[in-house]
Write a protein that binds this ligand. Sequence first.
Ligand SMILES: Nc1ncnc2c1ncn2[C@@H]1O[C@H](COP(=O)(O)OP(=O)(O)OP(=O)(O)O)[C@@H](O)[C@H]1O
Length: 485
Amino acid sequence: MVGMGAADWAADLWRRGCERLATELPEQQFNTWIRPLPPATVAGDSGDGLVATLKVPNHFKRDWIRRQYAARIEAILTELAGRPTRLELALAARDAAAAPASVAAPAMPQPHQPAAPAQAAEPSAALRPVVNTPTIVLPSQAPASAKHRINPQLTFDTLVPGRANQMARTAALHVAGAPGITYNPLFIYGGVGLGKTHLIHAVGNALLKDRPDARVLYLHAEQFISDVVKNYQRKTFDELKAKYHSLDLLLIDDVQFFAGKDRTQEEFFNAFEALLAKRAHIIMTSDTYPKGLVDIDERLTSRFDAGLTVAIEPPELEMRVAILIKKADAEGTPMPEDVAFFIAKNVRANVRELEGALRKVLAYAKFSHKEITITLAREALKDLLSIQNRQIGVENIQKTVADFYKIKVADMYSKKRPASIARPRQIAMYLAKELTQKSLPEIGELFGGRDHTTVLHAVRKIGGERQKNSELNQQLHVLEQTLKG
Ligand SMILES: Nc1ncnc2c1ncn2[C@@H]1O[C@H](COP(=O)(O)OP(=O)(O)OP(=O)(O)O)[C@@H](O)[C@H]1O
């Protein structure tokens, strides 16, 4: 290690740990869960050991990694570092955005020990808010970074309604019609790319249409964190108050990013109370429901839940078809229904991916001067389809589901009936039907020679429950994402 800095040492430790994990885990699991993570930072703990901190992008990944891999990662790092190494999983708030007051100084490592890289005291330029002046943000002012501004394209008109967003859309329409009265705050949660940002922009746009002088601000939680950091450094908290406490409608995206940022949480709490007291409306989004938020003060999470909390679910097939048809129309290239069904059946993860697939198909048709047909769509999406076909087999599904619910893979074929086994088995059957081309009898065969009616029962049961039980739906969503790599 001579000549190697502490940060390099940590990066090297993590790299070697990853190499080991890559040999132990199935490739697809490694690629899905471990490879995308930024290198762990490592610091000394208060005793003789080390603490390796891994930043994970969201709550689900954090839980999954904790359940499936944390113990093994700790064991590997302990062995490689030659000292007891504990693993911490932190929700990523895109690095530099840590509010300084909330950052506890890490136990200083000895010279020969690895050190955590210094926390940046100030957010990087990329994270700084684009506009720092108070506060009214109108569509006409929209600058280059649409992420922090109301985007005039994201309206209720361009949002396709469906069962998946029915509750959230109804609540959002209600708030747009009578802000500050009921459902305050409105808390919208769901997985990535499902339309949360679109929906809250739609409320902002609707209110501005009715009341062009309304003081509306949309921002991502990271921008709020950056504002707190900046004002903390300049000791200009009055400015922060002036900016946030004077709004009529505050739309704030991805509040899970507040995790672990105590000072930010305090300021947000103040803004929150001030806005509610003057009957301004607050709409928040997050990747999980308020009680599922980690490292956020309970005082805040209980307030998040005090108005109305609604989920946005992944869209079902018909809704995906409707979205494709509407977006293709908006591009001036009508899409035949059979092609829309073909794409929607193959792209299920979320609306953002659906849009990506649509763009590919439209571009392919344009450049090849061909009509939009299933053959053309198959050709345009061939990479995506081949990845899916390669990766998703029934065995893979059985293994992933068994891992997730901590049962043995053998139980997928066994005749055992306890619910703790039968339910994961039904979930695996459901996913096998959803994600592969296998018929019901074929799936039954692969699940220990079961009858096709057993599979059909499982498919219907889990499919039906999924519509009503958002926890199950989230779990299925995670499993689908994992299986698709
Ligand atoms: N129901 C819908 N109708 C039309 N477009 C939609 C719908 N839902 C989502 N979209 C589109 O899908 C894309 C992703 O949506 P959006 O950015 O709102 O997702 P999100 O839930 O905020 O995701 P993230 O958590 O990743 O920010 C956007 O282009 C959005 O306009």
